[in-house]
Design a protein around this ligand. Structure first.
Ligand SMILES: C[S@@+](CC[C@H](N)C(=O)[O-])C[C@H]1O[C@@H](n2cnc3c(N)ncnc32)[C@H](O)[C@@H]1O
Length: 544
């Protein structure tokens, strides 16, 4: 083995080890190694503490972090913990010439609670709890950190919490962990602790196309913490390739200042209960040129709020029961579930009606009809007129004045935005928002079909996602203004020929959907045309 005096500043030691040791053994101990360039960047954060004298490497492996630190500063005392005897023997040989490195064959979680460090740097083991003695470890942590930690399912977050607890004044900590905890339920407690400790400074989300750690995980994040009082801000960065690491060096060197304020939040602004994707999600829109706010071409308004859906919505049997003629009923989609495909046709409406679904709203302003009067009286007896919304209307049973919108969009989404073309020309309740295309100026108005053809593409949805609100368990919500302020491709710039191409594809798509066939391929073709025109990478845009 090579002596550490030379401080091997690459991953050759790990590569050699991985070749000689079975994957089974490595998996048993979660031995996935940090690429040297990432270890080096993390080391720079630790070295930013000018008083750095003591460093801890809690999951030592072959000491990639210690090598990176020693490569830049000789004069530090490093302590490492490792539980696997095999790798421990290798590591010891590696560092046999380095007097200032002590490696202990001990479990980090059960040892060393009383010691504090100027720097802690780690790629913790990330196996699920069933591979680990979780009961005892939780007890150990709860006793030392004096907090309740129900629901933890992964050891790596416990490593991180313990390390934050062990930071000296001005101490710095750098961890590389799977990004999962940022967006999963069990991560809420870790995020709460990070915020409470006031040590969180920077989260770097690594969205490499290829995996960073063999097959171990797809996305990883670097968490940088500092136990100082130099800032109350937290920055989120994304990097997509190793080459981009260098841009983070400036940001690390500039601490406690920020090279830019993009994706920077006050600690108090961070909400541990939401997915933190919200703070760092790569803005999909930056890939495209010629973007305009959606409000340039359309206006999004929420659907009709009745104040009491139970009272105002009607199906045919309820109408018959109350002797209400259809002319006093406003056709309306009352549940998002009732619009099943991208096109809601007159026939769909008729079918819902025949199947006795609620597809009407009571709409009887200025009527002298006896049955109507009776139904209004019934509403007053039930005090529907005293509800928050109805009380503010004159008369209380009048409906909000909304024209049927040619396009609807679902408010809550699990699998991305759902746009529906309202060909039945009926109204909608609040489960959908209404989209009304606008005339942009005297001469230009984009075709509703063109707008709709755009809205059903992945590109449109992705760009809107930049403005979505993330809820727990994968739910996305869009308020009307999230969409109004969201961006879209400036379709007005398309030349006639391209518009016709898109409209022809759109016609094909519509036929397929109405025939209950799959239209995905055709939508993808529309998307491809748009990407060719608007993607930054494509210079020959061919715009009109
Ligand atoms: C993901 S690897 C990282 C190794 C190295 N630091 C790197 O980044 O390349 C985690 C290492 O921690 C060791 N390990 C696992 N559980 C541990 C524990 N409870 N205490 C200390 N080390 C542990 C594993 O054997 C493995 O070598």
């Amino acid at each position: 083995m090579i002596g550490a005096k030379q401080h091997i500043c690459n991953s050759s030691i790990e590569t050699e080890y991985s070749k000689s040791i079975s994957l089974e053994h490595r998996k048993k101990f979660a031995q996935f190694f940090t690429p040297f360039s990432i270890a080096d960047l993390m080391a720079k954060w630790i070295l930013g503490n000018n008083d750095l004298k003591t460093v801890l490497e809690p999951a030592f492996g072959l000491g990639v972090f210690s090598r990176a630190i020693l490569g830049r500063k000789e004069n530090v005392q490093i302590k490492g913990f490792e539980v696997d005897e095999t790798i421990y023997e290798n590591a010891k040989r590696c560092f046999e010439d380095s007097e200032n490195v002590t490696i202990l064959l001990q479990d980090y979680m059960y040892n060393d609670w009383k010691n504090n460090y100027d720097g802690i740097i780690c790629n913790p083991p990330y196996f699920k709890f069933h591979d680990y003695d979780n009961k005892n470890i939780l007890k150990e942590i709860e006793a030392n950190l004096k907090c309740r930690l129900n629901g933890f399912t992964n050891l790596y977050s416990l490593f991180l919490l313990k390390s934050i607890h062990q930071l000296k004044q001005n101490g710095r900590c750098a961890y590389i962990v799977p990004s999962e905890f940022l967006n999963s339920d069990y991560g809420k407690l870790v995020k709460t602790y990070l915020i409470k400790s006031k040590t969180l400074r920077h989260i770097i989300v690594i969205d490499f196309e290829e995996n960073v750690f063999d097959d171990a995980l797809t996305t990883a994040s670097i968490i940088l913490c500092a136990n100082d009082k130099l800032t109350d801000s937290v920055k989120f960065s994304n990097i997509q390739s190793l080459q981009e690491l260098s841009k983070l060096e400036n940001s690390i060197a500039a601490y406690p200042h920020f090279t830019d304020r993009e994706q920077t939040y006050k600690q108090a602004e961070l909400n541990p209960d939401i997915k933190w994707k919200y703070y760092y999600q790569r803005q999909n829109s930056i890939k495209f040129k010629n973007l305009v706010p959606f409000s340039t071409y359309a206006k999004v308004v929420r659907g009709i709020a009745t104040g009491s859906n139970e009272y105002f919505t009607f199906n045919i049997s309820k109408a018959t029961e109350n002797a209400i003629e259809e002319k006093y009923l406003l056709p309306c989609i009352c549940s998002a579930k009732d619009a099943k495909t991208t096109f809601f046709t007159k026939q769909d409406f008729e079918e819902l009606k025949q199947n006795d679904k609620s597809v009407f709203l009571f709409n009887a302003k200025n009527s002298t009809n006896e049955s109507i009067k009776k139904y209004i009286k019934k509403g007053e007896e039930e005090e529907i007129d005293k509800r928050f919304l109805t009380a503010s209307r004159t008369p209380w049973y009048s409906l909000e004045n909304r024209k049927p919108a040619p396009i609807w969009v679902s408010v809550f989404n699990r699998t991305g935005l759902r746009f529906i073309r309202n060909e039945a020309n009926i109204s909608n309740l609040t489960s959908f928002h209404c989209i009304y295309p606008k005339q942009t100026n005297l001469f230009s108005e984009i075709d509703i079909d063109l707008l709709f053809a755009y809205l059903i593409t992945d590109t449109a949805k992705k760009i809107f996602e930049d403005n979505s609100r993330q809820y727990g368990n994968g739910l996305q919500k869009f308020e009307p203004n999230d969409l109004n302020k969201g961006m879209m491709l400036d379709l007005g710039l398309l030349d006639k020929q391209t518009v016709n191409k898109i409209l022809n594809l759109y016609k094909k798509y519509k036929i397929l959907i109405l025939e209950n066939k799959n239209g995905e391929e055709v939508v993808n073709k529309i998307d491809k045309i748009l990407i060719e025109k608007y993607d930054h990478k494509n210079t020959k845009s061919g715009m009109a």
